[in-house]
Design a protein around this ligand. Structure first.
Ligand code: MG
Length: 195
């Protein structure tokens, strides 16, 4: 059994603060302002996870009005969302994300971001999509926007068993099996013998 979730967030760039994205500090002359550390990608992922188990949103768990969360590390938010996912009996199968920002270029950091987000979500890096676009024609050059979608899988379900088996099978073995299947000639039934 599966559940999907979707999250979105935006933060404004401000000079003189560190730029936190995906749990990493990226080199840039501006950072993202917010009540917390402004990590737009982790906020979108947190909302996607909470949404997938219908547990509300990031603001319900961590109200911006609460001084406790001032300057908070957004990893804490993601970890709470993962606790909610776990409590509901699910785990992350994969996620996909898109960042929309004029700068810095995300490409040079994409692999590190993928590995960090995978580590936080406790999945393999190949289960984390990191994509980035510039905000052409949107007039949002002073903001960073993040979209995130997640797929959850029910723990101890048949589907999880199949997924674990597929993940545990080395790709060369899969390739060999596919090749053998393709090599086997399918017997053709004589005309009129179907039904
Ligand atoms: Mg936010």
């Amino acid at each position: 059994m599966f559940r999907i979730g979707y999250g979105w967030d935006s933060h404004e760039f401000k000079p003189g603060i560190p730029l936190m994205i995906g749990g990493l500090e990226l080199p840039h002359d501006k950072g993202l302002a917010g009540h917390s550390d402004g990590d737009v990608l982790l906020h979108a992922l947190t909302d996607a996870l909470l949404g997938a188990v219908a547990a509300g949103d990031i603001g319900a768990f961590f109200p911006p009005s609460d001084p406790k969360w001032k300057g908070a590390n957004s990893v804490l938010f993601l970890e709470e969302a993962l606790r909610q996912v776990d409590r509901a009996g699910y785990r992350v199968a994969n996620c996909d994300t898109t960042l929309i920002l004029a700068g810095p270029k995300i490409g040079p950091h994409a692999k590190r971001l993928q590995e960090r987000v995978a580590e936080l979500l406790k999945v393999e890096p190949n289960c984390v999509g990191i994509k980035a676009k510039t905000p052409e024609g949107m007039g949002t050059d002073n903001a960073a926007i993040a979209h995130a979608s997640v797929l959850l899988i029910k723990k101890n379900s048949d589907e999880e068993g199949q997924l674990l088996a597929a993940e545990a099978t080395p790709q060369p073995v899969v390739d060999e099996v596919v090749q053998k299947v393709l090599e086997v000639s399918v017997p053709t039934l004589p005309r009129g013998s179907r039904n």
